[in-house]
Design a protein around this ligand. Structure first.
Ligand SMILES: Cc1cc2nc3c(=O)[nH]c(=O)nc-3n(C[C@H](O)[C@H](O)[C@H](O)COP(=O)(O)O)c2cc1C
Length: 269
């Protein structure tokens, strides 16, 4: 990546309850509370139902923060330019944030202050390794990805998250706007309000076309992230520049584990 003049950021991702023992050396998945997601995950052979997770103890939360520290250090040693903390899509940090998946009665559950505690500790831990301007974070406030449920206090919850993030020297805040990979739906003005609240460089995502992305950049977004279009078009920037047609996505092979439908899409030339 560096040889080709690019930068590369590793996403640090703990899936929490979106896992199964066969991916965890036989251990149960973990989460803030012992509530099954009612979601499926790919176990290397196919999509399987996730089960009731083990609710993390406070000691295990501390050990999980140490895992984040280790992951951040590994990414640094491996030569990445930065890291993105995955706090979106119903994975572990998101599971702590929402009152749908977090029913704890200790200092990690209940109030917004308590439900945001794990996110704050992860951010501080990872910035502790990487320093200022090298850590970004991804959020998906209005997404039901992995069946996480929309928190009953989403506007206040994510306003509090952003207010905390604004106190940190982050490289970017990356928002999945609406349902991940689905409709760009949210209560009127809600995403716009959050976006205006963010003081770090803003990365927009979800369902963007070239045209929509240009408009977002004109409105002040620092960048737009593409998922599916980039999977299907390894030379997406060149295609945008040339106004060229885009390869269609081969949805049948997503998450399949092999090259087909993943790294075998043709480039323009
Ligand atoms: C096959 C596939 C894998 C994905 N893996 C991740 C992931 O590891 N981390 C993440 O934050 N989002 C992941 N996503 C979500 C995308 O990053 C993105 O938010 C979503 O596809 C919507 O953006 P798009 O409309 O540009 O595709 C994945 C999406 C797809 C289709």
């Amino acid at each position: 990546m560096h040889g080709a003049g690019s930068k590369i950021v590793a996403q640090i991702w703990h899936v929490g309850r979106i896992s199964v023992p066969q991916l965890l050396d036989g251990r149960d998945p973990v989460a803030p509370s012992a509530i099954a997601a009612g979601a499926k995950t790919f176990d290397g052979t196919g999509f399987v139902e996730t089960r009731v997770p083990h609710a993390l103890t406070v000691e295990e939360i501390a050990a999980t923060l140490a895992d984040y520290r280790n992951a951040a250090e590994c990414a640094k040693r491996a030569g990445f330019d930065g890291v993105e903390i995955h706090a979106a899509n119903g994975y572990l940090i998101d599971q702590f944030l929402r009152d749908t998946s977090n029913t704890r009665t200790d200092s990690y559950g209940g109030s917004i202050e308590n439900r945001t505690r794990f996110l704050r500790e992860v951010v501080e831990t990872v910035i502790g390794i990487w320093g200022p301007g090298r850590v970004g974070i991804r959020l998906s406030p209005w997404s039901n990805a992995n069946n996480v449920g929309i928190s009953s206090d989403t506007p206040e919850l994510f306003a509090a998250v952003v207010d905390f993030l604004n106190t940190q020297d982050l490289a970017f805040v990356h928002l999945i706007e609406g349902q991940t990979g689905g409709p760009r739906d949210w209560p009127e003005g809600a995403i716009e309000a959050l976006r205006n609240r963010v003081t770090a460089p803003y990365i927009a995502n979800n369902g963007y076309s070239h045209e929509m992305a240009e408009a977002a950049l004109n409105e002040g977004a620092a960048a737009v992230a593409f998922g599916r279009l980039f999977i299907a078009n390894p030379d997406l920037p060149q295609r945008f520049k040339a106004g060229a047609d885009l390869n269609p996505l081969d949805g049948d092979h997503l998450y399949g584990g092999g090259a087909e439908g993943y790294t075998d899409y043709p480039t323009l030339d």
